[in-house]
Design a protein around this ligand. Structure first.
Ligand SMILES: C[S@@+](CC[C@H](N)C(=O)[O-])C[C@H]1O[C@@H](n2cnc3c(N)ncnc32)[C@H](O)[C@@H]1O
Length: 276
């Protein structure tokens, strides 16, 4: 699985990336025309992206213009394996090799909208995987850190970003990545305004809570294996100056299963960080 081919794309982005521009969304045709002229992407995938966008908006998965733009400008087909490319915009998670997955577009959009990223904020992602979520985040802020525990996957995804940057996707220079166990966060780079965790665990890792800035928001799948609920966690300072942590369920109690939050033991991945 690990050697499965990534999609082969070669064109360069025709116009420089600008954080000010928003593609038109009045119609699919207008969107595709603008994207072909400005980003040089394939009309085939652009039509699928626009159709998925319309569903995400209808379902309340993307909540504001910044997130709408981030979804529309992120070429999900670049982050899938070649044999899954035709399903890049399906309402589904997909295998990306190494026994892990790229989350469905609805989950990525909902999680990213929930942390409400503003330009200049520092965001940490635990579980880089295919790189899609951090690519999406790079359209919202110029400061993204992401950690992946599977070394060859971390290297493959770094290669995907570097190749995309070379082709003109300069927004991805915002992403700093490393291969490590994300349970411990990224102390030297913190504190973070926002944290997004994309692997499931039965508790909130204390180092991540500690590295979340006061006023910050984290989204994290918490629960027993295969039966997590997506929690939104806000770290607040109370009137008496104590730190309070408010939790709410992003999907009103619905189970959203994620791949496990695994553990690094020396160089090897052994078991998970679950406490029970
Ligand atoms: C749902 S998948 C990837 C989703 C990813 N955000 C994307 O856009 O493709 C979750 C990822 O978390 C990684 N992971 C699991 N435990 C981890 C840990 N302790 N530290 C860092 N990454 C971890 C997995 O290897 C997997 O790649």
């Amino acid at each position: 699985m690990s050697e499965a081919a990534l999609a082969p794309f070669a064109w360069a982005v025709p116009k420089p990336y600008s954080r000010e521009t928003m593609p038109p969304t009045t119609s699919g045709d207008a969107f595709v025309k603008w994207m072909v002229a400005n980003r040089g992407e394939s009309p085939h995938f652009l039509r699928q992206r626009f159709s998925r966008y319309q569903t995400l908006v209808a379902n309340g998965d993307v909540l504001d213009d910044r997130n709408k733009r981030a979804f529309l400008l992120t070429p999900r087909e670049e982050f899938t394996l070649e044999h899954h490319q035709g399903r890049a915009y399906d309402h589904a998670y997909l295998d990306i090799g190494f026994g892990v997955t790229i989350s469905g577009p609805h989950v990525v959009s909902r999680m990213t909208s929930t942390i409400d990223v503003k330009m200049g904020e520092k965001v940490l992602e635990i579980g880089m995987g295919s790189g899609y979520q951090s690519a999406y985040l790079a359209n919202l802020t110029d400061k993204v850190w992401t950690i992946e525990i599977i070394k060859p996957l971390a290297e493959r995804t770094r290669g995907v970003y570097d190749a995309l940057i070379a082709r003109g996707y300069t927004e991805y220079t915002a992403i700093t990545s490393k291969n490590a166990d994300g349970y411990h966060g990224w102390q030297e780079a913190g504190p973070f305004d926002k944290i997004v965790v994309t692997c499931g665990i039965d508790h909130v890792p204390p180092p991540l809570l500690q590295q979340l800035a006061t006023g910050g928001i984290m989204v994290i799948p918490v629960g027993p294996p295969g039966a997590q609920r997506l929690l939104k966690i806000i770290k607040e300072q109370a009137a008496d100056n104590t730190i309070k942590v408010a939790r709410s369920d992003m999907y009103g109690g619905r189970i959203v299963p994620f791949v496990p939050f695994t553990k690094l033991d020396g160089e090897a991945i052994k078991g998970t960080h679950n406490q029970r």
